[in-house]
Structures are given as structure tokens and as C-alpha cells.
Write a protein that binds this ligand. Structure first.
Ligand code: PLP
Length: 748
């Protein structure tokens, strides 16, 4: 029977993180929990049966990994196996006579390895130097480095197959280098990602320890095993009742072991077709590669296919962030991961960094992995689902259409906010496709270029609100990239057409107002409608959501800022939308009314409760306080009071929607919204579902897409983005706003 990684609702392509338990394995596990549940230490028949299963599994493990000799210990997983190997080695090394001892590990090793080395090196007071062995651009370990340091090494840890890239090492070459120079050094090889994908013959090697994990190959989580070469140092890591011949105490995880038993029997049965031969897996990878390239166009693979197991693909889509790609995949039910699922918190992948992959590619790496039991049908379905994304990518300007008549129902009309590390850039497109871009950020230029080209925009102006001191100027670069889309006119340093009093934008006017304060050259651009009402005020770092720009940088002046604010206040009205250069508090949309409510200093000045001199003193104090925390260089914002957002679960949201008085707002980006039908999920009418991503909140505010008396249920994938949007709307005075708790993830 073919057991599926893929259910009808999802296409799971993250097998290197974990795999589902195959149904035939789950059956055996369940049987062992309910029927053959004995304790292998019990002397009665139930115990004897359990013991038999345990020992039979151990024997099968030996055959699978080619370990006629040595010990096989059942563990909770690979991390425990790694602890056991490291602790055994380091306790044995306490009496070593090596000067300046080192512990070596591959730079691309799973974090469990270096962290375990560091931990036990400290705890046991070994005081060895821990050194990462560099890898080349293909991810292959540097044998010269190993040769240089191995004479002083107490331990060397390498891996058979890498979990992020699938790159495998030449274990024979490593062994020759190690043993020629240090026959006795302890050598651990992490074999977690090799099982079922690479032939192993451990007894024919001098590997001392090899940890394995069940959940990476269709067995349950919480079971693994460790191979220990005969004669290698060993100290029990868990002492107690003496199970596993005293080497690892604690009642054995028999259901997990039974799962391994079934897994091994599948691997060993030559007539069984569950696990696919290498050439079949290679053809699967080629199919997926083609599907990715046909869908996304320019893709860069981060590893060579010659030196990696065929079940892994690690790539970056040129000019799309991994967040965009993963969000799109996830919305379409395709589960992939960015970099390593086990290492969170870092924006780049340390594995790819070690291989010298450029920063952008490392930051935006996608890992797609399938298990060796995948079927041809599952791979074909996965490819079909990937290819189906092409239309969504084109419709959302994420890729340039290669069709003569592109289908583009989603476009950038109105105002869109783009963000990069707290900085905001704004694109406004009028009905007749004339556009202005304010405060372009260099990193976002490829994206803006794509939108301009796919939407066939005429760019009336690319403007900076001031010469940004913290980043490169994007105006000149973007203008040169956009070429003839921009008017060929003489412009000033900030991009404004010299001599122009205003820029005409399809019956609207963009005007420039000098608003010094954050810097001497600061200006604000106001977009006025036919009635001379300011719809949008692009004020750079003069005014920030719930704060004001910093005046302590070169050219800054609190006094000039006060005058600028007062001058602007004369022209703005409460509904004018304030579009700032930074949004440190993740407010997304702000109008002049809310801005005054949330910024006491601004409010005091405008409403005459504070003189300009008082404003200056207070502002300077704020800026001094800001100096101490350098994280928000361009402005001083006051934390907003924590709002209690009303949460709804899926059932109550559905019930509220059927009553016909509530609207569903999908706060995900349009490409995610386009990938699955949320109206269908909630059984609500299409017209009662709006797609207002965070990037378009300001637009929705001005366009009057929402009414303050309306009832809204906000959703996204996990409930995080929609919570931000709900807080934003609540700050703006929308009263009946709910967040779908846990998002779509808990609703599917
Ligand atoms: N080593 C490698 C290469 C892995 O991929 C993993 C899991 O991601 C581990 C070790 C840790 O395995 P376990 O989850 O069984 O502790």
C-alpha cells in the first residue's frame, strides 16, 4: 500500500522537518499500545513477547544500517543520541593529555550538535576549544582544516546528509583524513537525514557513534536509536532500572520501537515498493524543479544536485522574499519551510551562510523536501498545485506575465504601503494608471519595478521626503530602472520636478510643502482631490504613527518641527490619512484625528495647550531619551495602550456571519487571498468577504471601504496579522471588530 505524505487538504513538502506516520506503521504502534503492550522487563508471557519485539527490532536495525557489531540503543530521538555520544566522549576525555584540545564539528551541522558540545564542554569543565570545520560552496567539509586540527581533537562531529540542503559528505574521505592523523579520536556522524535515502554500512567504518531519529522517516516522534561502535567510550546518559543492559534506563518506548520495527521491515523487504529507488526519487526531484522554474521563472538553487540526496530542494526565487513564497504556498495548502525548521530567530540560514551563499539568497531560502515513500501520483499532484500558482503570481504582479493578454484582476490602484525593516515606502496609482512613489527603499526596487511593468504605469514622480540618513537613496536608482516610464524632466535632490508648482494626477494634485524639523530639507507631499481636500499626507519622518520624528540628527530642529506641524495642521482635516516614513508600532493606517489622539505632544501643540517653546523643551527631552535606545533612529514613538481585541473561534465566527450582519476581512496579501476561498470555508457570500491586507489598510480607510458602525471579523493565517489590523481599526474608532483566534490554521 502506498502511504501518503499528502492528504486531500494539504500537500506536505517539509519531510526533512518531520514526516507523518505511515498508516501501516501507525497500525503496528496502536496494536503495541493496546494488545502487545507488555513491559520487556516483565518475566511473564506478555513481557516475554514485548522483549522479543524489542530484540527483533534491534537486530533489524543492525541490518538496515550495516552494523553487525557494536551496540544499538533505543533513545527518544537523535538529540538524545547526540547527548549520549558527546557525554560519553567527554567523560572519557577528562584524563586526556592533549595540549590545547579542540572539539570539531561541521559548520553546517544541525544546531543540536554544536549546542550539545558547548553545553557539556562547560558543564564537565573540559575547557576544549570548539571549532567549526568550514565547508566549500557545495557544502563539502574542508579536509585540510580537519587534517590541521584533528591531532589535537577530543571529538569530531560530522553529518552524513544535511537537513537544509540534502548535501551529503564523502565519509570515506573524511575517515581517511581523521584516522591517518588521529586513530583514536571519537567520531560521531549524525545519520538522521541519511536513513532511507543513502546506503549505510557502519560496521565497515570507524564511526564511533551514529544517532538516528524515527520521525524523519515515517515512524512516530519520541523514538530513535544510537549506534555505538564496539569498544567506543560509553557512559549511560540515563541511569535507573538498568534497562537496555544498563546503558539507557527507563521503561522502553515499546510502541515507538514497534513503529521502527515495521519501518525496518519495509526497508528490508525487497519486494515491497513503499520506498522508492534513487533513480525514481531523482526523477521526482526533476519534476518538482521544473514545476518551480515554470511557475516562478528565475529561481536559484542553493546546492548542487550531484552532491545532495534527491529528496531535498533548497532554492530562492529571485526577487521574491521567502515570506511571500511561503505565505503563498501555505495559502494554497502547500507546506514548505524557510531555511531550517529547527533553527528559529535568525534571518539568514547558517548552513547557507557557511557555504558562502549571498545574504539575500540565504535570507530568502525555501526548503522543499519529500520523503522516500512519495508516490508518482503525489509528486504529480504537488507539481500541478505549484503550477496553479502561476496565475496568482501574475495577477498580483509578483512575476512578470509571459502572456500577451495577462489576466490581472488584482492591481495596485489606490494606495499601497511597502515596508522594509520598519521603514515605509508608498505607491499611489490613480484610475488612469498614473503613479507616484514616495520614499522608495533600495531593497524594494525589484518589486516596484515589477508592479510598474505589469500594470503598465506611468510614473509621474519618484520622491523622497528628505535625504534619509540611515539608508541609500532609492530615487535615482528606481528612476533609472523604470526608464521611460518616468517623465524625462529635470528634478531636484528629492525628485520633485524643478519649477513645478504641483504634479497633476488624474484630477488630483500632489503638492509639496516644506516641513523642516526632522531635517532641514524635509518636505511633505499632500495629495488633494478635486475639492481641495487632502486625502493623503506623505510626511516622511515629521510625524510618525503615535510619535514624531527625531530632531537630534544633523539638521534637525524641534522649533522648525513645531512650525511645520502647525502649518500642516491648517491644511489637514480629521479624515486625512497620514503616511509616514516609518511605522515602528505596526499601526499601518493612521488619520489626522487618530494621530492627534495618540501623540500627546502633537495634540498639545495643535490645540494650543502647549506653546512652541514648551513643545521644544519636551521634544528635546524625548529625543534625548531616544538617543539611549538606538533601535528607532528616525523617530520617538510612545507605546500604545494594550487594546483588548475581541477574539472569536471558527464556529462562533461562522455563526455570526450567517446572521448576515457581519463582514469577513481577510488581512492576508491578495496573492494569499487568491490561493484559497475563505468565503466557501465560512459559507458566507463572496460579497461579504473583503480582502484588505495590512499594506492596503490606509487605502481602505480613505476609500471608505469600512464603516465605523460595521461588524467585522478579521482573519489571516495564524491570527497575528489580523490581530494587528484589529488593533489598528480599534484605534481608528471602529467599534465592533473581532479577531479570528488562531486564524485559518485553526479553522481548516
Ligand atoms: N540532526 C539532524 C540532521 C536533524 O535534521 C534533526 C532534526 O531536525 C536532528 C538531528 C534532531 O533530531 P530529533 O528531533 O530526533 O531530536
Amino acid at each position: 500500500m502506498s502511504d501518503s505524505l499528502f492528504s486531500s487538504e494539504q500537500i506536505y513538502l517539509d519531510a526533512n522537518a518531520t514526516t507523518p506516520v505511515l498508516p501501516c506503521i501507525a497500525q503496528v504502534v496502536s496494536h503495541t499500545m493496546q494488545i502487545c503492550f507488555g513491559n520487556p522487563s516483565s518475566p511473564h508471557i506478555t513481557g516475554i513477547q514485548a522483549k522479543h519485539l524489542l530484540e527483533q527490532t534491534r537486530e533489524n536495525a543492525r541490518t538496515v544500517i550495516g552494523a553487525k557489531e557494536g551496540n544499538i540503543l533505543f533513545t527518544s530521538g537523535a538529540t538524545e543520541g547526540i547527548q549520549t555520544a558527546v557525554v560519553s566522549t567527554l567523560i572519557n576525555a577528562k584524563t586526556h593529555k592533549i595540549n590545547n584540545p579542540v572539539l570539531l564539528y561541521g559548520a553546517t551541522e544541525h544546531k543540536a550538535v554544536p549546542n550539545t558540545l558547548k553545553h557539556w564542554n562547560d558543564v564537565l569543565g573540559i575547557n576544549a576549544k570548539i571549532l567549526a570545520i568550514p565547508v566549500d560552496s557545495e557544502g563539502i567539509l574542508d579536509l585540510t582544516f580537519i587534517a590541521e586540527h584533528i591531532p589535537n581533537a577530543l571529538m569530531i562531529c560530522t553529518m552524513a546528509v544535511n537537513n537544509e540542503t540534502g548535501v551529503y559528505q564523502d565519509l570515506d574521505a573524511i575517515e581517511q583524513t581523521i584516522r591517518f592523523l588521529n586513530p583514536d579520536v571519537s567520531w560521531m556522524v549524525d545519520c538522521v537525514q541519511a536513513l532511507g535515502k543513502k546506503q549505510l554500512n557502519l560496521s565497515a567504518t570507524t564511526i564511533d557513534y551514529a544517532p538516528f531519529s524515527g520521525h524523519k522517516l515515517y515512524a512516530p516522534k519520541g523514538i530513535g536509536f544510537l549506534y555505538i561502535r564496539a569498544g567506543s567510550a560509553y557512559t549511560p546518559f540515563i541511569a535507573g532500572g538498568g534497562q537496555e543492559s544498563g546503558m539507557r534506563s527507563g521503561t522502553e518506548n515499546l510502541p515507538g520501537i514497534a513503529g521502527l520495527n515495521k519501518l525496518f521491515s519495509l526497508l528490508l523487504d525487497r519486494s515491497d515498493t513503499t520506498f522508492k529507488p534513487i533513480d525514481v526519487l531523482n526523477s521526482y526531484r526533476t519534476q518538482i524543479k521544473c514545476a518551480i522554474e515554470d511557475t516562478f521563472g528565475e529561481v536559484t538553487f542553493n546546492h548542487s544536485f550531484e552532491h545532495s540526496v534527491p529528496t531535498t530542494l533548497n532554492f530562492a526565487v529571485n526577487e521574491l522574499t521567502s515570506k511571500e513564497v511561503i505565505d503563498l504556498f501555505d495559502a494554497a495548502g502547500i507546506r514548505v519551510s524557510g531555511g531550517s525548521a529547527c533553527s528559529t530567530g535568525s534571518s539568514t540560514s547558517f548552513v547557507l551562510d557557511a557555504m558562502g551563499v549571498n545574504q539575500w539568497q540565504s535570507e530568502n531560502a525555501i526548503r522543499l523536501s519529500f520523503g522516500p515513500a512519495a508516490t508518482a501520483e503525489e509528486i504529480a499532484n504537488a507539481c500541478e498545485s505549484i503550477r496553479a500558482l502561476k496565475a496568482i503570481l501574475q495577477a498580483n504582479c509578483l512575476i512578470v506575465s509571459d502572456s500577451a493578454t495577462p489576466h490581472q484582476d488584482v492591481c495596485a490602484l489606490g494606495l499601497t504601503q511597502f515596508r522594509h525593516q520598519g521603514a515605509c515606502c508608498w505607491l499611489y496609482v490613480s484610475e488612469n494608471k498614473q503613479a507616484i512613489i514616495i520614499d522608495p527603499i533600495v531593497e524594494l526596487i525589484p518589486r516596484l519595478e515589477k508592479i510598474a511593468n505589469t500594470q503598465n504605469l506611468t510614473i509621474k514622480a519618484v520622491l523622497n521626503t528628505h535625504a534619509h540618513q540611515e539608508r541609500h537613496c532609492g530615487v535615482t536608482l528606481l528612476r533609472s530602472v523604470l526608464g521611460s516610464r518616468c517623465d524625462d524632466i529635470e528634478i531636484d535632490k528629492l525628485g520633485w520636478p524643478i519649477h513645478a508648482a504641483y504634479i497633476d494626477l488624474n484630477n488630483q494634485r500632489l503638492e509639496k510643502i516644506a516641513t523642516p524639523g526632522h531635517s532641514e530639507d524635509s518636505v511633505s507631499y499632500v495629495l488633494k482631490n478635486e475639492d481641495n481636500h487632502i486625502n493623503y499626507c506623505f510626511c516622511g519622518d515629521l510625524i510618525l504613527p503615535a510619535g514624531l520624528g527625531n530632531t537630534s540628527l544633523a539638521g534637525g530642529s524641534a522649533k522648525a518641527m513645531a512650525h511645520s506641524i502647525l502649518a500642516l495642521a491648517e491644511q489637514l482635516d480629521e479624515t486625512s490619512v497620514i503616511c509616514s516614513g516609518h511605522d515602528y508600532l505596526q499601526c499601518f493606517a493612521m488619520n489626522w484625528e487618530a494621530e492627534q489622539q495618540q501623540t500627546p505632544l502633537l495634540n498639545g501643540l495643535i490645540n494650543g495647550q502647549m506653546s512652541i517653546d514648551e513643545f521644544v523643551i519636551k521634544k528635546q527631552l524625548d529625543d534625548q531619551a531616544k538617543e539611549k535606545s538606538r533601535s528607532q533612529l528616525c523617530g520617538y514613538v510612545t507605546a500604545l495602550p494594550e487594546l483588548s481585541i475581541q477574539q472569536l473561534n471558527f464556529d462562533s465566527a461562522k455563526a455570526m456571519l450567517t446572521k448576515n450582519d457581519a463582514y469577513l476581512i481577510d488581512t492576508r496579501e491578495p496573492y494569499e487571498h487568491g490561493a484559497n476561498n475563505v468565503s466557501q470555508l465560512f459559507r458566507t457570500k463572496e460579497i461579504k468577504t473583503l480582502n484588505i491586507p495590512l499594506s492596503r489598510m490606509a487605502n481602505a480607510l480613505m476609500e471608505g471601504q469600512l464603516s465605523k458602525s460595521g461588524k467585522y471579523i478579521l482573519l489571516c493565517r495564524s491570527g497575528n496579522r489580523s490581530k494587528l489590523a484589529a488593533a489598528n481599526l480599534t484605534q481608528l474608532g471602529y467599534q465592533t471588530v473581532y479577531n479570528l483566534e488562531g486564524g485559518l490554521a485553526l479553522s481548516l
